[in-house]
Structures are given as structure tokens and as C-alpha cells.
Design a protein around this ligand. Structure first.
Ligand code: FES
Length: 150
């Protein structure tokens, strides 16, 4: 599977980003052991590939949890208290954006605008966007997610 993707993108100018997206689409994340062969195929160093992966927030280094919570960290949501929600997620779940809970139930990802700036701060769980979220609302959303998991 990886070999096929490497073959498909290795001669494509600017092929690294589409290759990384294709790897993530296939595996659900970018496995650490995929980086060296990706680097060789694209004639880059592993550090250069790692740099690109860490620069783009879309790339995951671990498999996603059963649910994904996208928290908006763009300007409007930041100004309306979005970072307090991030801190609360970290305190309650012990994970930060880009990580998944140990039980595999929840992945938290940063997102930079959900198109809902007038109702900041906003977050999305699955396909549902939630607006004007405060800590009590975030807790209620997490409770209902975690209840549905048990
Ligand atoms: S800045 Fe958060 S929805 Fe636009």
C-alpha cells in the first residue's frame, strides 16, 4: 500500500503534500515508520519530511480516536475564550490538540476557523458544530460522548 503510493508520487514535482495526504487517507495517520521511505522516495531528509508533517495541523501522528473534537483556535474564537476550552480539555482529558485519549475514544484536533465566528467560541464533534461553547457546555458534550462510549 505505501509502496504503491510512493511509486505514484515520487516523480511528481511538489508531490510530498499530496503523498502525505494519501498516506493519511490510507492509514488514518502518518505512521512514524513511513517517514524514512517517504523521505527516500521524495529525495528529502527525514527531518524535512517531519518538518512538513508537524507544520500542517491536518496530519496526525497517531490513529484517530472513535470521535474527533475539532476545537477552533483562530482569532475570533481565541478572543471569545477558546483557549480556556483548550486548557479545560487538557486538564480533563490529559491530552492536547493533536493527541488521542488512551482509551481511543476521543481525538482532539485544532482547527483554524469553522466558519462560525459570529458565535465564537466554536468547536465541532463529528459533523455537528457547537457555538458559543463555555466550559459547562463543553463538559456536557464530553459527558454525553463518553457516556455513549460506555
Ligand atoms: S474563528 Fe472560530 S469559527 Fe471562525
Amino acid at each position: 500500500m505505501l509502496a504503491q503510493l510512493l511509486y505514484q508520487y515520487q516523480d511528481q514535482p511538489g508531490g510530498l503534500l499530496p503523498l502525505l495526504h494519501a498516506v493519511q487517507a490510507d492509514f488514518g495517520y502518518i505512521p512514524a515508520d513511513a517517514v524514512p521511505p517517504i523521505a527516500r522516495a521524495m529525495q528529502l531528509s527525514a527531518a524535512e519530511v517531519e518538518g512538513v508533517i508537524s507544520f500542517y495541523h491536518d496530519f496526525r501522528r497517531q490513529p484517530a480516536g472513535r470521535h474527533t473534537l475539532h476545537i477552533c483556535r483562530a482569532e475570533s474564537c481565541q478572543a471569545a475564550g477558546g483557549e480556556a476550552l483548550v486548557a479545560h480539555l487538557q486538564a480533563r482529558l490529559g491530552i492536547e490538540p493533536g493527541q488521542s485519549s488512551a482509551d481511543g475514544e476521543l481525538t482532539v484536533e485544532s482547527v483554524y476557523c469553522l466558519g462560525n465566528c459570529a458565535c465564537s467560541p466554536a468547536l465541532r464533534i463529528g459533523d455537528a458544530t457547537h457555538a458559543r461553547v463555555d466550559i459547562a457546555r463543553l463538559d456536557a458534550l464530553l459527558d454525553s460522548l463518553l457516556e455513549s462510549a460506555s
